[in-house]
Design a protein around this ligand. Sequence first.
Ligand SMILES: [Zn+2]
Ligand SMILES: [Zn+2]
Ligand SMILES: [Zn+2]
Length: 326
Amino acid sequence: MPKASKKELLRLYKDHKVQLLISKFVSGELGTLNPTFDPKHGFRYPVIDEIVGDSSMTDEFLQELFEGGVLASKLYDKIIYCPSCSSANVSIHYTCPHCKSFDVKKSALIEHIKCGYIDTEDHFQKEGKLVCPKCNKELTNPDVDYHRAGVWCTCNQCAKSFDIPVPAHFCRNCKANFTFDEALYKDVYSYSLTPQAAKEANLGYILTVPIIEFLENLGFEVESPGFLNGSSGTRHMFDLTAVSTGAKKSTTAIDIATSSDDVVSEQSVISMFAKIFDATPDLACLVAIPKMSENGRKLAALYKINLVEAKDHNAAIEALKTCVKT
Ligand SMILES: [Zn+2]
Ligand SMILES: [Zn+2]
Ligand SMILES: [Zn+2]
C-alpha cells in the first residue's frame, strides 16, 4: 500500500465525493466495492459513477483514493480488451496449433484399465453405453473399469489431433482476431476502506477535517483528537485542541456533538464540563449539530462553555468564527 502524506489524506477527506463514498462504507451500505461486468464497457463501478457524476473519471477517482491511502485494493479479475477497438466483448477461441483454425472438436480421452486401450470417448460410445473398441467389454464403473485420461482435440479443418490447443481471441464488436501477445490485458480490482481510513471515519475525524483546516488557516496548531493533561493527572481527550501560536499560547478545547434526532442532549455538556474542570483550557467550545437541548444551553452558560449550534459542519465553521479568538 502506498504511504500517503497526512496532508494528502486531509485534502481527500475534505472532498465531498470522498466523504460520500466513505459514509457508504461506514454505514454498511457498501462492504467491498466490487466491479460489475457489462460486455460493452467491461468492468465498471456504478456506485462510483454515481458519486463522481462522470463515468470517465471513475478510474482516476479510485486511483487517487488508493494512492492517498483511503482505499485498499485487491485483485478481483483480469480483463482482456480488443487491441483494435478496445471492446471488452471478447471471446476465447481454442485453435489448432497446426493450421490455426478454431474449428476444433474437444473430446475426452478414455482408458480401458483392463486392456490398456486409450481412445476418445466417441469411439467407446455404442448404443448409449461405453464399450471398449479393442476388447469389446462394456465399461460400467468409472475408476474401476476405466478412467478419463485427459482431453484430446481434433481439427475439423486439417484433421490433425493434439492435446493442447492454442488460445486466441475474437472481438465480437469489430470481429478482429488477435492473440494473447496483442491483447490488452489489465487488472481489475475490488476496493475497501483502509484500516486507517475506517478508524478515522468511525472517530468522526473525517467530518472534523473542514474544522481543522479552518482553524489551521487562522494560525492555530490543531490536534485531532487533542489531549490535555488535567491537574488530577488524567489525560483528557477532546475532538480537537487548538493552540494559538502567538506570544501567549492559549488553548482552545473543542468537542463536537451530533444528533440524528432534533436536539443534542445535555449529556455532551456535562461530560465536557468534567474534562475542562480538570484540564482548564483557556477556552472551551462545544459544537452541537443541529442544535442543543434547552437544558444543555442553560448548563453550557453555567459552565462557561461556548456553545456553537449549527445545522451542519459548514455552518459550524461560520459559527466558530465568533467563538475562537486568535
Ligand atoms: Zn475489436
Ligand atoms: Zn488444423
Ligand atoms: Zn479393452
